[in-house]
Write a protein that binds this ligand. Sequence first.
Ligand SMILES: C[S@@+](CC[C@H](N)C(=O)[O-])C[C@H]1O[C@@H](n2cnc3c(N)ncnc32)[C@H](O)[C@@H]1O
Length: 293
Amino acid sequence: MLTDHTAVPVPNGVNRDPLTLLQEARERQMKRPEIIEQLGMSPTLNEYGFVFDKRSPILDSFIQNEGQPGKRLFEIGSGFGRTAIECLRRGVAEYVANDLCEDHLRLLMLRLHEEGGMDDGLDLSALKLLVGRVPEALPLRKDYFDAILIDKVIHFLKPEEIPIFFKWALQGLKEGGRLYLLTISPFISVYREKVLPLYLKRKEEGDPYPGYFPNFHELYEREPIADLPTPKAFLFFDLDELRRICEAAQFKVVRSYSLISPNPSDHVWMEVPPEEAYHVAFILEKPFATPKA
Ligand SMILES: C[S@@+](CC[C@H](N)C(=O)[O-])C[C@H]1O[C@@H](n2cnc3c(N)ncnc32)[C@H](O)[C@@H]1O
């Protein structure tokens, strides 16, 4: 168990001790799902998409700019990705890795052990593991984090949860702190045929969340996996819609990206025009307060 002073204060999440999760992963002889080599990605255990090992340009920026001694970082829906490892190795003061799937965090610990240099003295005291679904599991923090990363997760939220998330992020970040956000676009080739016409029609009609598909699994006749929290809904954003929401939430846009992720024809991340993007992304900044006159 973690002692109270190291725990992340959350009403609805569960703090887990990293070494306990590592031990549990070993006892259960857990193995990471096999990586699709060319694409550099592995399927999640719960059908919530893929964990990407090939880094997008925005993830490179996050690691370079924020993975620095003294920084306090929070990653939502980390899965068993390498970002936590990279930032811990660079000496951050605090790294909270969150996921709704506890087994993903067990796999993250295995990975830290195998690839992170734990046996060569990697300091784990900065790492906190927070199990729980966002937004319910978001910690009670104010002006605290230097940066927040939410990479391929927002599309699993419901529309009414989006303002809750942004309000929390604005409060939880320090002034000048940054939110790094990457999500799925309705122009993505695999879903484009069915999703895009509906998206554009609803957008024209003024729907505030034209990309919300509460019964997405029916659109594609996918069967939910028994006993697993398989996502039934998807929330797509194009670049303009996402920008509108970020700015309405009082964030300053530092940089935007329209990207194609590694795929069978191109095995690398590429920047493309917004109407070709599989993913859209923003680096956002919490504005500094205006000094009182
Ligand atoms: C597509 S994977 C992305 C993993 C990692 N961020 C990456 O980019 O490689 C989505 C991850 O987010 C987690 N997740 C989905 N919805 C979540 C939520 N509302 N709160 C916390 N974690 C969530 C899933 O369990 C999964 O591990």
